[in-house]
Every structure is written in structure tokens, then in C-alpha cells.
Design a protein around this ligand. Structure first.
Ligand SMILES: [Ca+2]
Length: 430
């Protein structure tokens, strides 16, 4: 089963039919249909909630509708590899080989050009929860003292009587040849929810940060009965967590020592964050998260901050009329709750993995943020001026494919994972 956001979307279709803006950028040659640079998908007053308070409407205008949007055609992308079963995460090894997770529970090792693939042994699958959004999720890797350490996030069932419950877990192991050694679970969500209640919103993106830190995103479970846990400091659900590489808790985490609070919490009030990236110039952590019906967000993650879900939102409950529905929480802003850097209003893009481009292959994209989208079936390129979004450009929307993740290869090309049973690794390069 796929993300609910990714079902056929008449709102998206109607909005996209209004899209007329195509732009041209250096290096790719001509683009058919170049026309006036008009605000495109995501804009339009019909997307506003009519009952939204004036302040909220002004905020939405500032946060969303003021952002110029374009569509951008690209030359055909290369396909590095096909036949991956719902690939989810991708990590590069020092020799440019790639580790790729498949949601069903396989870890693949590919040659740099994608032509050869082997399966890495040692991924425990007995308690992997692979239905709904569950499965083997993200992968990260780094070389330390001659060892390659691999980090994996996944949805895990409980043991014994807890088998019908599942939650997010993170493990690490050494990669030796094509085998994982010393597999050790370094994090388990404090709360596993019943699979029959929800099989969704496990997150979970991983980010290897400086100073031996590891960030982990965890969703809030999606069910109505679970979502308030995003605001609860006693729960790991709906949080972005910060641990040391071995899973121990850094003493400078914001809620260390607070009674009843989970010390791994770095930020709270998230719905289902599936994008995490370090800004190459500032070192800030940026994150995308899925809104409900609309309200997909891009946030800058700051220590101890609360990002609002479900008390504030730019999206509505599933199945409500998009043009007139009331946002979840009844408001888009409230004191003490952070606003997103940008959000996509009533258009559901369903953002998953993100990456900042900072390689030498595309100097014109330096420090632009790329967002792989599932339901939107597109790649967004977000141009920033500091923390301000200057413009958003839709790319690869002519392929009709769901995109799970985007990474920058060591040569500066961009690799994109398609979310399909016969999934691909696409490559944008020049
Ligand atoms: Ca938010």
C-alpha cells in the first residue's frame, strides 16, 4: 500500500492544468513552450481556505503564494539501474559504490556505474514490518579507521506478545565484503503502535552530522488516536531525534534531564518527516515532512523547537473539500510554534528525500535544495536566499514516476530513486 497522499489528486491535476510557466536555465539548451513566468501549481486564490483567519491568510500568502513557481524541462535522464523493489535509501561508499535499501528488506550493493549488483547479507528480517509505510528504510555509510560503518532505519515489530505492534528502529553494522558484521540496534522507538491501528508514518530518514552525531526522523503514526504524540515529550513519535553514532544520548540535547521527556528528542511537532539534509554552507538541518491533505512543509530544524503538528497545519483532513476545508488544528500559526520555511498549500506534493546540490557539475544549482516527491511525481528545485525561498521549480514531472529520494553522487551528478516495484536509479548529469 502506498502513501495516501499519492492517490490520484484532482486538485493537483486542476492546478497543474493552469501551469504555464516554463523557464530556461544555462546549460540545458532550449525548453519547449517558454512563456511568461507566471505563478503556477500551488498558487491561486481558489486554493485558500475561505474561513481562514486574516492573519493566517496573510501568513499563507507570505509563506506560500509569494514564492514564484516554475516548471523546468530537462533532457532525458539516464537510468543507472532497474529492477529494485521500492528502493528507499542510497548511500555512497568511499570507492563510489552504492548501498541501496529495498523496502521489502534487502540491502543491495551496486558498482559505481550501476551495472553490477550484489545483495548484502546480515540484515535481520524476522521482525521487519514491511506493510504500509514499513520496511527497510534509509541507509547511511561512513568510513572510520578503515572500517565501513552502515546505518539502517526500519520498521520493526515487537518481540513475543508485542509482535502485532511496530515502531521505528535504527541499527548499525560494519560492512565486510558483502556482509554486515556486528549488527547492533542503537535506537528503538519507545512506543510501538498496533499494526491494525496504523502501518504508516515510521519516518525515517537518517543524517550523519558532524561531531559524531546521528539525526533520526520519526513520524507520528498517522492515526487520529496517535497524532497527539507528536506534541508529547514522553514519546519518540513525531520527532526528529539526535543521538551519538553508538546510540547514546548527547548531554547537550534540549530535553536531557527534564522529567518524563525522551532525551533523544531534538525537535517536536512533526507529522511524517522523510527528508533530512545539512545545508552545505550554514550547517543547518533542513527537513521536509508530509502534511495531511495538503500542507507539505519544508522546515529548518532548530534545537528544542516545536513545529506545530497537529496544533497548527496548512493541510486538511483527508476527504474534506480542498477548497473550503478547515486546516487541522483550526489554525496555521500559534505562539511558540515554528512556521515552515515554505509550504505547498492545498497542493499535495508528498515530499520524501532531499539534498542540497553543492558539487562542481552544476555550479548554477549551488546550494539549491532538491526534493523528491511521491504523490506529486516530480522533483522540486528550491532556490534559497539564506533562509528565504526565492523560487520553486518543478522538474521531471513528465515521467509519471514517484520519486523516493535524491542524492548527490561524488561526481556531482544527482541520483534519484523511483518508488516502484520495478524501481530505478535515475541519473541527472552533463
Ligand atoms: Ca509544521
Amino acid at each position: 500500500m502506498r502513501d495516501q497522499q499519492c492517490a490520484g489528486d484532482p486538485v493537483l491535476a486542476a492546478s497543474c492544468s493552469r501551469r504555464q510557466a516554463l523557464n530556461r536555465f544555462a546549460g540545458w539548451g532550449s525548453v519547449a513552450g517558454l512563456s511568461a513566468l507566471l505563478p503556477a501549481c500551488g498558487g491561486g486564490s481558489e486554493d485558500l481556505a475561505t474561513e481562514a483567519p486574516a492573519q493566517a491568510a496573510a501568513t499563507e500568502a507570505a509563506q506560500n503564494l509569494a514564492v514564484a513557481e516554475y516548471a523546468e524541462a530537462l533532457p532525458e535522464t539516464q537510468t543507472l539501474h532497474t529492477g529494485l523493489n521500492q528502493p528507499w535509501g542510497l548511500a555512497f561508499l568511499p570507492d563510489r559504490r552504492m548501498l541501496v535499501t529495498e523496502k521489502v528488506g534487502r540491502l543491495r550493493l551496486l558498482s559505481p556505474d550501476g551495472s553490477r549488483m550484489s545483495t548484502v547479507s546480515g540484515v535481520p528480517t524476522a521482525r521487519l514490518q514491511t506493510t504500509g509505510h514499513g520496511g527497510l528504510l534509509d541507509v547511511q555509510a561512513e568510513s572510520v579507521g578503515g572500517d565501513i560503518w552502515v546505518y539502517l532505519s526500519y520498521a520493526e515489530r515487537g518481540s513475543g506478545g508485542e509482535y502485532n505492534r511496530a515502531g521505528t528502529a535504527v541499527a548499525r553494522a560494519r560492512l565486510v565484503g558483502t556482509a554486515l558484521r556486528d549488527f547492533t540496534v542503537i535506537f528503538r522507538s519507545s512506543f510501538k503502535y498496533p499494526v491494525k491501528v496504523s502501518r504508516f508514518h515510521y519516518g525515517s530518514r537518517l543524517l550523519l552530522a558532524p561531531n559524531n552525531k546521528l539525526f533520526i526522523s520519526v513520524g507520528e503514526g498517522r492515526a487520529d488516536s496517535l497524532r497527539d504524540q507528536a506534541q508529547a515529550l514522553g514519546s519518540h513519535l513525531g520527532k526528529i531525534l539526535r543521538v551519538n553514532r553508538n546510540g547514546s544520548v548527547p548531554t547537550d540535547n534540549p530535553f536531557v534531564g527534564r522529567a518524563g521527556a525522551k532525551p533523544e528528542i531534538w525537535s517536536l511537532g512533526h507529522r511524517n518527516p522523510q527528508g533530512l539534509a545539512l545545508h552545505p554552507a550554514t550547517g543547518e538541518i533542513w527537513s521536509t515532512e508530509h502534511g495531511p491533505q495538503g500542507g507539505d512543509e519544508l522546515n529548518i530544524i532548530q534545537r528544542g523547537h516545536n513545529y506545530g503538528w497537529p496544533r497548527i497545519s496548512y493541510g486538511c483532513e483527508y476527504g474534506t473539500p480542498p477548497a473550503t476545508c478547515t486546516v487541522v488544528g483550526g489554525q496555521t500559526s500559534a505562539p511558540g510554534l515554528d512556521q515552515p520555511v515554505t509550504q505547498w498549500g492545498r497542493v499535495r506534493i508528498a515530499p520524501s528525500g532531499i539534498v542540497f546540490c553543492d558539487g562542481s557539475m552544476f555550479p548554477e544549482w549551488k546550494n539549491h535544495l532538491f526534493i523528491a516527491c511521491l504523490g506529486g511525481k516530480e522533483l522540486w528545485r528550491v532556490v534559497l536566499d539564506g533562509r528565504r525561498v526565492v523560487s520553486r521549480t518543478r522538474m521531471l514531472d513528465n515521467m509519471g514516476r514517484r520519486f523516493r529520494h535524491v542524492r548527490q553522487a561524488p561526481d556531482g551528478s544527482l541520483l534519484i530513486l523511483t518508488d516502484e516495484d520495478n524501481g530505478r536509479i535515475l541519473r541527472i548529469a552533463r
